[in-house]
Design a protein around this ligand. Structure first.
Ligand SMILES: [Zn+2]
Length: 340
């Protein structure tokens, strides 16, 4: 079985975006949005939005199941306030639930949290619980920077975040560290802000005792762990200089990287330096990079090809494509018991 741990509903029907534009317009003109008005999206529109995109690519690439969440760049936690974010998050999460209900063999849900720069993370716990216990979701996307590129929140290791972590531990669900769009012109969203956040989160984990406080807390750092695998020696050396334990003991029981790295040399490096137990197959299709690599003739985000080229042992292949995901997302492991 092949599980893609990183997919977003980037092809959602246009009515969703229309709603969002109305919601944001209403921040300036409250009369422009009818309260409680939800976009009318039919099951057929959902099917159409997926059949030609994610479902087609799953079939073509041999992917069985995608861990699916709302479009990350559209989370826009910096827009409006906590009320705005909660309404938008609930709507996006409910739509993911409809996708998973229509295609239970192809998708399993991960939620967007109703974060907002001025809101304590504790306020996201209720929506996380609703999504896990009522909608059957298996994790969440946690934005370390709800300000959208200005980093006004405390580091992920600060006690500021602990109430949300307590809920994650209670529900036994992991979080993918995932920023949204950037309103800071210095940082291109997917080219800089995303990779910065991945790298930043890892360094924050090294400098804290977060995982001593929460031994079972788990994070997936996407996009291949940002710059971390490439600079593995730097992080090992920094941990040593800072009198911290070695990385395997300090963070690698709690932190995992996906394989959203869009060329073979990058994947080779990721697998060379990262313990196999810490790598989860992911592609983020249909996502940030949608074109075909002229050097290979294949889509950049067809990451399964790169992993296939590594000639892993059957055991390691099983871990990367399914086994590790079932451990990191125990609720997925329970759903798939007997299938993996
Ligand atoms: Zn993503």
């Amino acid at each position: 079985m092949i599980i893609d741990c990183h997919g977003h509903y980037t092809t959602a029907p246009g009515a969703l975006q229309t709603f969002r534009e109305g919601q944001l317009a209403a921040l300036k003109d409250p009369s422009s949005l009818c309260p409680g008005c939800n976009p009318a999206i039919s099951d057929d529109q959902i099917r159409e939005s997926l059949e030609k995109a994610q479902l087609r690519l799953q079939r073509e690439r041999g992917i069985d199941l995608t861990v699916f969440s709302p479009r990350a760049s559209a989370m826009g936690h910096h827009l409006g306030d906590e009320t705005t974010s909660l309404a938008w998050s609930r709507l996006c999460n409910d739509l993911i639930h409809r996708v998973c209900s229509l295609y239970p063999d192809n998708f399993v849900g991960v939620c967007q949290l109703p974060q907002s720069p001025a809101a304590p993370p504790a306020h996201s716990a209720a929506e996380l619980e609703r999504c896990v216990t009522e909608l059957g979701f298996i994790g969440c996307n946690l934005n370390p920077d709800p300000s959208g590129g200005y980093w006004t929140s405390p580091p992920l290791t600060d006690r500021h975040w602990y109430p949300l972590y307590e809920k994650m531990v209670e529900l036994d669900v992991p979080a993918m560290v995932h920023v949204s769009s950037s309103c800071n012109p210095c940082f291109h969203a997917t080219g800089a802000h995303y990779i910065n956040a991945d790298t930043t989160a890892f360094m924050q984990f090294i400098t804290s005792d977060l995982f001593r406080d929460f031994p079972t807390l788990r994070f997936i750092i996407p996009h291949g762990g940002g710059a971390v695998p490439y600079h593995w020696g730097r992080y090992r050396g920094l941990a040593q200089d800072l009198k911290r334990p070695p990385l395997p003991e300090l963070v690698m029981k709690n932190v995992y990287f996906d394989t959203c790295v869009y060329h073979l040399p990058g994947i080779e490096l990721l697998f060379k330096v990262t313990p196999i137990e810490n790598i989860l197959f992911g592609s983020e299709m249909v996502g940030a990079v949608r074109g075909i690599d002229p050097e290979t003739g294949h889509y950049f985000d067809d990451t399964k090809r790169y992993i296939d080229a590594l000639a892993l042992s059957p055991e390691d292949r099983g871990k990367v494509f399914a086994g590790n995901a079932c451990k990191v997302y125990p609720r997925l492991g329970a759903k798939l018991a007997g299938r993996v």
